[in-house]
Design a protein around this ligand. Structure first.
Ligand code: ADP
Ligand code: MG
Length: 743
């Protein structure tokens, strides 16, 4: 079990704050007894139902404000409580008016003597209030807040935070009859034009007492070991801290809950799978031996290790759940095909599933010739293409594969490429499809593949038995270099194999960054490659509006290039609006060397594999994201030749800092992990690609990087707590829903 962390309470003590969080609220029930269900509710008992009430249940919130709050993602009281301040105001001294220092940020407290409004111009109004505190008087000023005058009637107690400037007190924030907005460490919330941080602060203040109605799901033993406060206290600390350390402690408690729930969800999935049965495959045989001799290269050490790990998994009757992680071009596909052929040689089927049609078709083009040579029948199945699945031993396709009847009892190995790109819906479909109560309920073995299961091991004979959870061995592949923290969070339930090093024959791609004025030189270099018999890519500028306008722009650009820079060459155009058959034919022609240049949109981002292509020009590169450029760039450098990537952009001076840093990062590094970290840094927490689709964008309190130790502890607690019933299990259910979790 995790060790408690030293940060527990000491932080707030050393900064001199009262350790308020250590004061534990008295329990409202009687420990160790089973209360009758019909007991009248005690006044102090938590009423969790209050938390799910819509925000207009708060006084002063009507339909108009509700709508504005909804735009901030705030619908219920609980949402409001979970609206995390992105920062806190600094601590400032409270000074007697007589002691105010010019220019210093300070707070004053006093009483309004009189108030007036001036309008020096049509666009400017100034509220002036004379404020006295017993030491002196001063004129406090607000700009463009006329409505305040009415509320600043003589006699009103005010607390003001601001600055003494030219003998007036310029107000930055204010409280009437209380201390909230002007408090030290007042929370500053993510707000909108329509709802100010001040308004949000007032609403949170109103909601805060209801935090007690949220039952604390964390077992007392965990709180104690981890030195974590009660949840209700954590909300108070988060929204009304008396020191930064206190605010941070509150946040960490809530982040811990969040991570624990996530890890529990993953632990449950893992449990569910352990109950499943997959065909245990025999030793690697003649087919994969022939496959190895067909490959025009030696496998790298990392590939061999990956294959060995897969073989161990496949020999077991428990379904494999392995993540094969490796940067683009590291050679994952070879391992994938190996795994699929292992299924085939044992008399089963294999399926390779990709997130997009283009990628599926691309895989098909790679896999099909090899299979033809081996005498293995492959089918392609996407939304728009359906080849004969009946006789096929391998199926390549999109998620249409699992929706349209690949018989999962014949399926021994499934490879899921770029799995983070699959949306939640598709993941659910996979989960349901691999359950016997899903797509293919227990029934008699259909005619189809002959000899299936003949050499399968334990459990195979029970095919169709009612009690059995049949699931294939699954190899998930991702080329997205995910930082380890995130990998743990997203894939916490998978065993991980990494292909760390690309094939040694590979030379790192040389990247340069040229300004648009010198793009003609870039094309001169590109033509040199073409004249030497190599091929090239030109990536079109990103057009945001729609795939159609993107396609249109790409067509125009390809036309232009055909008449200008690429006059004497064979130019093909690849974009997302092509019909699948056109796309396939185009790719096949490029692969066969019948085209010199492929002008393309980002549809080439994944999967396209033509080792003879050695140079790429990316136009208006500053419009692309860092991760996207890294993926694009990896379309070259796939063979043994030195490859080049030329990033063309407007002059450096015209770019944003962020764009400059992005492009420089690409010039400086080809290491996907390094770039992923940089991406995270530039785009901020939670913005990493794929997390939105994975449904994890709503992690509100946890930071991917900073909270790594917390995540690791949550993970080990999850192992210990996975079987416990109670409020924690309810939270897991609430978060994941029943369909996705458990068996
Ligand atoms: P990934 O799927 O990881 O992006 P691929 O499997 O598509 O990478 O491999 C990228 C390129 O490297 C392909 O052209 C492939 O044929 C080639 N390749 C794979 N393994 C090796 C190896 N061991 N030695 C040389 N080239 C390899
Ligand atoms: Mg690949």
């Amino acid at each position: 079990m995790p060790d408690p962390e030293p940060w527990a309470y000491s932080g707030s003590r050393t900064t001199g704050a009262v350790p308020r969080l250590a004061i534990v609220a008295l329990p409202t029930g009687f420990a160790g007894e089973n209360p009758p269900t019909a007991w009248p509710r005690l006044p102090g008992a938590p009423r969790p139902e209050r938390l799910v009430q819509p925000l207009d249940s708060i006084q002063g919130v009507g339909p108009a404000l509700s709508k504005k709050l909804a735009k901030l993602g705030l619908a219920t009281i609980r949402d409001l409580l979970e609206h995390r301040p992105h920062r806190y105001e600094e601590a400032v001294p409270e000074r007697p008016i007589a002691d105010l220092l010019a220019g210093e940020e300070a707070a004053i407290a006093g009483e309004v003597r009189r108030v007036s409004v001036r309008r020096p111009s049509r666009r400017l109004s100034i509220v002036q209030a004379r404020v006295a505190d017993g030491t002196d008087e001063i004129t406090a000023v607000w700009f463009n807040q006329v409505w305040l005058a009415e509320r600043l009637q003589p006699g009103t107690r005010v607390r003001l935070r601001g600055q003494l400037k030219r003998n007036e007190f310029a107000v930055r924030s204010y409280d009437l009859n209380g201390v909230s907005a002007t408090a030290d460490y007042a929370p500053v919330y993510p707000a909108s034009d329509e709802v100010t941080p001040k308004r949000l602060r007032a609403l949170v203040e109103q909601a805060l007492p209801l935090a007690r109605d949220l039952p604390d799901p964390l077992p007392a033993s965990v709180k104690e070991r981890e030195g974590l406060p009660l949840r209700a206290d954590a909300f108070v600390a988060l929204h009304r801290p008396r020191s930064l350390a206190e605010g941070e402690l509150g946040r960490r408690r809530l982040a811990f809950d969040e991570l624990l729930v996530l890890q529990l969800g993953l632990a449950r999935v893992r449990r569910g799978r352990e109950g499943g049965v997959a065909p245990a495959l025999a030793e690697p045989g003649e087919l994969v031996a022939r496959y190895r001799t067909l490959l025009p290269f030696e496998l790298t050490q990392d590939q061999e290790r990956a294959i060995a790990e897969v073989d161990v998994d496949l020999a077991r009757a428990a379904p494999m759940q392995r993540l094969l992680q490796g940067d683009v071009g590291s050679g994952k596909t070879v391992v994938a095909l190996y795994s699929l052929l292992r299924a085939v040689e044992s008399g089963f089927r294999g399926a390779l599933m990709a997130p997009t049609e283009t990628l599926a078709e691309q895989h098909f083009l790679t896999v099909e010739p090899v299979c033809a040579e081996l005498g293995v029948r492959v089918a392609l199945l996407t939304g728009s293409v359906k080849t004969d699945l009946e006789g096929a031993q391998l199926a390549v396709g999109t998620h249409a594969l699992i929706q349209e009847g690949v018989d999962l009892r014949e399926l021994a190995v499934a490879v899921v490429d770029e799995q983070h790109r699959f949306g939640v819906e598709q993941r659910r479909a996979l989960a349901e499809a691999s359950s016997p109560r899903g797509v293919n309920g227990p029934q008699a073995k259909p005619a189809g593949l002959s000899g299936a299961g003949a050499s399968g091991g334990a459990g195979v004979e029970q095919r169709g038995a009612l009690v059995e959870e049949r699931s294939p061995h699954v190899l998930h592949m991702t080329a997205t270099p995910i930082p380890r923290t995130l990998a743990l969070t997203l894939y916490g339930d998978l065993a991980v194999t990494e292909i760390a090093k690309p094939p040694a024959s590979r030379k790192p791609i040389v990247t340069s960054w040229v300004s648009a004025e010198r793009s003609s030189e870039a094309y001169t270099r590109l033509r040199k490659h073409l004249d030497a018999g190599r091929q090239a890519y030109v990536v079109c500028p990103l057009v945001e509006e729609s795939e159609t306008s993107q396609a249109r722009a790409a067509e125009a650009e390809a036309e232009r290039l055909r008449r200008a820079e690429l006059r004497d060459y064979r130019v093909g155009l690849l974009h997302g609006r092509l019909r699948p058959a056109e796309r396939r034919e185009l790719m096949a022609r490029f692969k066969a060397g019948e085209l010199d240049v492929l002008v393309a949109t980002t549809v080439i981002e994944v999967g396209v594999d033509v080792p003879n292509a050695t140079i790429m020009i990316v136009q208006e590169a500053d419009r692309f994201g860092l991760a996207q450029l890294h993926q694009l760039r990896a379309r070259v450098g796939r063979g043994a030749e030195q490859s080049y990537c030329l990033l063309v952009s407007r002059p450096k001076e015209e770019l944003t800092d962020n764009a400059r840093e992005r492009l420089q990062a690409l010039v400086d590094s080809t290491d996907g992990f390094e770039l992923a970290e940089k991406d995270l840094e530039l785009r901020g927490e939670g913005a990493l690609l794929g997390t939105r689709q994975a449904g994890l964008s709503d992690l509100r309190f946890a930071h991917w990087r900073r909270d790594r130790p917390l995540l690791e502890r949550a993970r080990s607690w999850a192992e210990a707590l996975v079987d416990e019933e109670g409020p924690l299990a309810d939270e897991v259910e609430r978060r994941f829903g029943e369909a996705e979790v458990g068996a």
